[in-house]
Design a protein around this ligand. Structure first.
Ligand SMILES: [Fe+2]
Length: 426
């Protein structure tokens, strides 16, 4: 059986709108807004052998909170702009977008999860974007590394969207390695090109499989592109073969060197053509790119299997003390039983266990209103309960994980694990 069609990886078939939600505990009054989640929800006939976790129409799940009350839960398919947009959802300049990489168009959605037929970001043009833009907290600009190898086989585009949601620039970069650029990272002066050892495979595509595969022949490297000087080429730093979908963060340290931390795999998409988790475990790994020598040092900082890292949104591109991720004790099955909070300054960590038969999704950090400390805020995570076959939204105090959830909002159905989402203050 294909693991990614079983249990809480399987799609849901109903679209529900429920206003009568049971709540255990107390929802913090300063959490007023909308938690949105996105992920593939493949409802059409599927080939079990070739089906990959990353494939399928996007399904949005939303939970609206207001002044201590849970107003509603609803889920709706992404259904606009000829796009599957199944990977994440962001808000920018007062609008909300479902997004995806590899040429798929972004889809604007409203606060009720309806898809709109606008053409986001590029004026009248419809163009692909990325699943992981980085919002610069200093400028309010979105930075994106975009690829579309089906149409542009030898280049990628570095795209900047300004703080008002309009296209500011596209810088086309020669790029013949065709690696899977799931994410980028930014520092104060650079945007990072994460050219890692998973590359586009025509052979896989021809066989009906997901068209990216582990590539032993591709040297992993991290590129630095000057954000402010388009005349500069990418400066490359070779690193041991690896792949990561997600960084915690990147920043420039006191020496001006670039520090990147990520959840890194030794190997994936090699024998396993259906998903990422069975060939190696993703580990917290840090690279320091030495700008003087041009070399990179790496260090694995933890031996837990972790994924879906998040940090305080105001610290993207800056030195951060704390990071949050899902953790799994079992590397061979794609399930996550814990949230881990890392303290990168004191080199320590803390864990919240979801409990027996409970499995979590990406913990989203939401800063407290007027908070002073970096970890002053909440972690919002959807949790699947195997016994009830339903999901809850839990809200944790990020400074007191061991105290357990402040509130649990019981949802009328399960929410498939999915990928990413965001909290939108309303
Ligand atoms: Fe991702």
């Amino acid at each position: 059986m294909n693991e990614y069609l079983l249990g809480n990886y399987a799609p849901v078939t109903k679209e529900i709108n429920e206003t009568d939600l049971k709540v255990t505990g107390n929802i913090p009054k300063d959490l007023s807004g909308l938690l949105l989640r996105n992920g593939p929800n493949p409802m059409s006939a599927l080939n079990e052998e070739t089906h990959h976790w990353f494939i399928g129409q996007g399904m949005l799940h939303g939970i609206r909170l207001d002044s201590g009350n849970a107003l509603w839960y609803k889920n709706k398919s992404v259904d606009g702009n000829d796009s599957i947009a199944n990977t994440s959802v962001i808000s920018h300049a007062g609008k909300i977008y479902a997004i995806v990489e590899a040429g798929g168009y972004p889809v604007e959605i409203d606060q009720e999860l309806n898809s709109l037929n606008t053409k986001p970001f590029y004026g009248d043009e419809n163009k692909g974007f990325t699943a992981h833009p980085k919002l610069d907290p200093n400028t309010g600009e979105l930075h994106a590394m975009c690829y579309d190898y089906a149409n542009k086989f030898e280049t990628i585009d570095y795209v900047v969207i300004d703080k008002n949601g309009s296209h500011k620039k596209t810088q086309t970069i020669p790029f013949e390695t065709r690696s899977m650029l799931h994410e980028c990272a930014i520092t104060e002066n650079y945007v990072l090109v994460l050219d890692l050892s998973v590359t586009f495979s025509l052979e896989r595509l021809g066989g009906g499989y997901f068209p990216f595969a582990w590539d032993d022949n591709h040297q992993s490297r991290i590129g630095l592109l000057d954000r402010n000087d388009e005349s500069q080429d990418v400066r490359w730093f070779e690193i041991d073969r690896t792949y990561f979908f997600h960084t915690f963060n990147a920043y420039e340290d006191k020496n001006g060197d670039v520090v990147v931390s990520a959840t890194a795999y030794d190997r994936l998409f090699d024998k396993d053509r259906n998903g990422p988790f069975t060939e190696s475990s993703p580990h917290l790994t840090r690279w320091i790119l030495d700008l003087k020598s041009g070399s990179a040092k790496s260090e694995q900082l933890d031996d837990r299997s972790i994924e879906f890292p998040r940090i305080h949104p105001d610290l993207v591109s800056k030195s951060n003390q704390f990071g949050y991720a899902l953790a799994s004790s079992n590397s061979k099955k794609p399930d996550f039983k814990e949230i881990v909070k890392y303290d990168f300054v004191n080199d320590s960590s803390e864990v919240y266990e979801y409990g027996s038969g409970n499995f979590g999704a990406e913990p989203v950090f939401v800063p407290s209103e007027g908070g002073n400390d970096e970890d002053e805020g909440y972690l919002l995570s959807l949790v699947y309960d195997q016994d009830t076959d339903k999901s809850d939204l839990i809200i944790l105090n990020a400074q007191e994980l061991s105290s357990g959830p402040l509130a649990k909002i019981h949802l009328p159905q399960r929410v498939p694990f999915g990928f990413h989402g965001d909290w939108i203050n309303i």
